[in-house]
Design a protein around this ligand. Sequence first.
Ligand code: FAD
Length: 384
Amino acid sequence: MTYPYIIAGTGAAGLSLAFYLAQTSLNKQKILLIDKKLKNQNDRTWCFWQKEISPFEEIIFHKWQKIGFFSRFLEKTFDILPYSYKMIRGIDFYKFTQDFIRKNSHFEFLQAEVYQIEETPEEVILHTSKGEIRAKYVFNGLWQVPQNFERKKGYFYWFQHFKGWFLQTQKIYFQADTMTYMDFRVPQKPHEVRFGYVLPFAENQALVEFTLFSKHLLTETEYLQALKNYTENILGISNYTIQESEFGVIPMFDEPFVQKKPHRIIPIGTLAGAAKASTGFAFDRIQRQTHFLAQNLAQNGKIVLPKEKIKYRWYDSALLNVIERNRLSSEQVFSILFQKHPIKRIFRFLDEESNWWEDIQIMNAMPWKPFLQAIYENWKNRVF
Ligand SMILES: Cc1cc2nc3c(=O)[nH]c(=O)nc-3n(C[C@H](O)[C@H](O)[C@H](O)COP(=O)(O)OP(=O)(O)OC[C@H]3O[C@@H](n4cnc5c(N)ncnc54)[C@H](O)[C@@H]3O)c2cc1C
């Protein structure tokens, strides 16, 4: 048989798309979901800020109304209301969405590895560990960290990478309503971004992470040494037990991912550029992307991804250029951002919802020269 739709990859994007499709008129179509994993492990945690109630509100593990920023230039805690900074555990998301989708008998799940996706004029053929499977359209969310890939001139191919520990401490170290968004007190290096990140769940429990934005990954030992240093020497925590650990690599590529006119194979999630090039945040963007896709498909039969706002890609590229070329240190840039602006403006800017006046205010607070040089150099490298 040929399925009308297959969702390849049941990570954040695949499950979100199925979750939204199951709530539309398309819930009578046969839809197959394929993944090589069962998705029954807590392989990650997702955080995002939000004003609205999330469709996943009942599985929010913890939320914070205050966020902290630390650097040599600024130490400040911000009240972020009406926003909350929310965290969902991967395992809770997988279970919640799978349970919801499985209530509809038109959705089928298959555990199989996809080797190749082949498009013909009439259909798409998936070559998998369980044989050939055919569909009219495939939503492709088969993201894996690429080993070797083509790099276009003038674009940045950075990664956000991090190692974290879920700590249980004997003494009280944390405030459960305040998370640390960026802590630049960790040793810094030029041409990249390094910071600590803390998500406390109780006075003696937190996820503590060491995070980088850079071109190259570190060795396991380097992550562990840096995380230990942050935990013990900067946060001053002793007598702790590590209950779980987390490691992640997220692309911060500023090259446009989205195909101009996807035909029968439609990228979703990270493959469709959901991870923001300047921050690596992707979860909330995946929700917007897959909700938009499901709504359009159900309402007018059209397969469309949300339009990219080009100006933000230029802003993200300029920031990456400024840091890679060491025109300003990342600590300076982020300190200026948090010092000079209300948190709402920063969130709107990072959510790509700011208006021109807000953009001008953000840019006006930064030293102009390094950013103008960066924009000019990016343009020149792409054109010539
Ligand atoms: C540890 C970690 C923490 C993160 N935390 C945050 C956060 O706090 N906030 C935020 O906004 N973003 C975060 N991200 C970034 C982003 O939100 C996640 O990576 C998100 O899961 C991306 O969704 P996706 O559907 O594109 O990819 P994934 O969720 O990675 O899904 C891809 C799926 O494809 C399957 N697959 C891959 N290849 C094959 C194949 N050949 N055959 C069959 N199946 C295959 C995989 O098994 C997987 O299930 C985090 C990422 C990681 C890794």
